[in-house]
Design a protein around this ligand. Structure first.
Ligand code: NDP
Ligand SMILES: O=C1O[C@H](COP(=O)(O)O)[C@@H](O)[C@H](O)[C@H]1O
Length: 505
């Protein structure tokens, strides 16, 4: 998990072997999908971060069907970095990537392609294969890797979505396991590599004052919001296949929920963390379709690649339950959507009110309970809302937010999630990757909703999703109410304090 650690050497002999026979450090990266969108937006910038930190010491073999030259791929790397990296580029770091790059042009369905990948590996025997490709091709590529023996001491990184439902996730796990052991499989969820996601762990484990209050006796609800103020941005075809639940709820947001709800592990090892997160997933009730509202933004059906009568959701709000001794009866609300009022991802842990609200402001729309807010985007921060005496003659409480912004103390560049995770995968550290069973449990939780979901309600671009109005059908009204916290959602707090939810219903 540490970007500044010493790099691994070239070749398994140089790097040493782990107990399960894989190299301690991968000796090459095979990037399937280097001409694609994810590579351009996230993976090349991540490799750049690793290069800057002196941790990119292995050859990179790109493999895709485009009939490109190596020079074209290098140009793609440069243009990606120019677009995605803030500030002036470090030419040594750019050179570090392009000097290590080779390119194999070929269809993944052709055995010949893998013969050429094998040749390009040039003796590397423990490659990290990154599958930045359509999920429908995972099986084909895993088989190709198996045919050339790249699975034996190698590792594989699998992108999301990991399956479409529980049944397909099980099949995919079985496919991967036919060529790789569990220790060699890295199911990437970039939310798990984000700094503020990791702070959920640290904050919970490092602040003893919250431990006694972290349960059903003190917490009224947990609210998780992932709002994006942009639409599908040219990814309409992809979005039609997934929708919001598959795109971000089954993976990112349930992983975040598990970090909030898990018991403290006995240590910080990958195994213990995975075990505790797994227990949360197992304790989660399968989501009731009556607790789910789906929405679709006005104009979505006009996006490229989107069906004119699409029913795919671009917004979802739902209520989930963790039926454990710690959390029984505490609703966990999740909402996520495109084309929303703002871009904001955050978790609000709302505490119960005191037994008596002696000094509550009679003018306030609702009493100010304490709440802890973990802001993941935009900016990154944590804040605690407490009540103090309002200044002046009357003895009335006033809510104030005590805030910490990560940028205020950050020393050095911001570490991107993908860089952290690729660095971890190269070193075989699975701490921040999703395990097979927990991915399957997460599918079990949302399966009834992805299988037969209620119709999506329209909502205006720039809004907070479908709204209560008198024309709603009774079923939709019931669902909307069920998926809305008592007293309403806490609206996200922006770093400049622009949107404050204090007292807002
Ligand atoms: N884009 C994003 O923001 C995100 C994507 N993901 C996941 O990452 C993965 C990749 O997504 P994305 O980059 O958007 O996809 P793209 O469609 O942009 O890229 C797909 C890549 O796969 C290659 N490819 C496809 N079919 C073949 C084939 N038969 N033979 C050889 N090469 C092939 C393409 O090469 P060529 O063009 O040369 O044919 C291209 O490099 C998906 O699993 C997606 O769900 C996850 C999170 C975010
Ligand atoms: O995985 C995905 O995540 C992005 C949002 O990620 P972020 O790190 O930029 O917050 C989302 O836009 C995309 O639809 C989804 O596939």
């Amino acid at each position: 998990m540490n970007l500044t650690e010493a790099p691994g050497g070239r070749g398994p002999a140089a790097a040493g072997l782990t107990a399960c026979g894989t190299a301690e450090h991968s000796d090459a990266i095979i990037l399937f999908g280097p001409t694609g969108d994810l590579a351009r937006k996230k993976l090349f910038p991540a490799l750049y971060d690793l290069a800057l930190a002196g941790r990119l010491n292995v050859p990179i073999v790109g493999v895709a069907s485009s009939d490109w030259t190596l020079e074209q791929l290098c140009d793609r790397v440069r243009s990606s970095l120019e677009e995605e990296v803030d500030g002036a580029l470090d030419h040594d770091a750019v050179g570090c990537i392009v000097d290590r790059l080779s390119y194999v042009s070929g269809n993944y369905g052709d055995a010949d392609t893998f013969g050429r990948v094998s040749a390009a590996l040039d003796g590397a025997t423990a490659p990290l294969a990154y599958l930045a490709i359509p999920p429908s091709l995972f099986e084909t590529v895993v088989k190709g890797l198996d045919d050339i023996g790249a699975n034996q001491a190698g590792r594989v990184v699998v992108e999301k979505p990991f399956g479409r439902d529980l049944a397909s996730a099980r099949e995919l796990n079985a496919t991967l396991n036919s060529s790789y052991d569990d220790e060699q499989i890295f199911r990437i969820d970039h939310f798990l590599g984000k700094e503020p996601t990791l702070d959920l762990l640290v904050f919970r484990m490092a602040n003893a004052m919250f431990h006694p209050a972290w349960d059903r006796h003190h917490i009224a609800s947990v609210q998780i919001t992932m709002a994006e103020d942009f639409g599908v941005e040219g990814r309409g075809r992809f979005y039609e296949e997934v929708g919001t639940i598959r795109d971000v709820v089954q993976n990112h947001l349930l992983q975040v929920l598990a970090l909030i709800a898990m018991e403290p592990p006995i240590d910080t090892s990958a195994r213990e963390l995975a075990e505790e997160k797994m227990k949360v997933m197992r304790a989660m009730r399968t989501v009731d379709p009556n607790d789910v509202v789906r929405g679709q933004y006005d104009g979505y059906r006009g996006e490229d690649g989107v069906a004119g009568d699409s029913q795919v959701e671009t917004y979802v709000a739902l209520r989930a339950w963790v039926d454990s001794w710690r959390w029984a009866g505490v609703p966990f609300y999740i909402r996520a959507g495109k084309a929303m009022a703002v871009t904001a991802t955050e978790v609000v842990v709302e505490f119960q009110n005191p037994a008596q609200m002696f000094y509550a402001d009679p003018q306030a729309i609702r009493p100010h309970s304490n709440h802890l807010r973990f802001r993941m985007k935009p900016g990154e921060g944590v804040s605690l809302l407490v009540s103090v005496k309002g200044p002046g003659e009357s003895i009335v409480s006033q809510a104030v937010d005590m805030r910490y912004e990560y940028d205020s103390t950050r020393d050095g560049p911001h570490q991107e999630a993908y860089a952290r995770l690729i660095g971890d995968a190269l070193r075989g550290d699975q701490t921040l990757f999703a395990r097979a069973q927990s991915v399957e449990e997460a599918w079990r939780v949302v399966d009834p909703v992805v299988a037969s979901a209620p119709a999506a309600l329209p909502y205006a671009v720039g809004s907070w999703g479908p709204e209560l109005h008198e024309d709603l059908r009774p079923d939709d009204l019931t669902r909307l109410m069920a998926a809305t916290p008592d007293g309403g959602w806490h609206h996200p707090l922006l770093p400049d304090g622009g949107v404050s939810d204090v007292g807002v219903g």
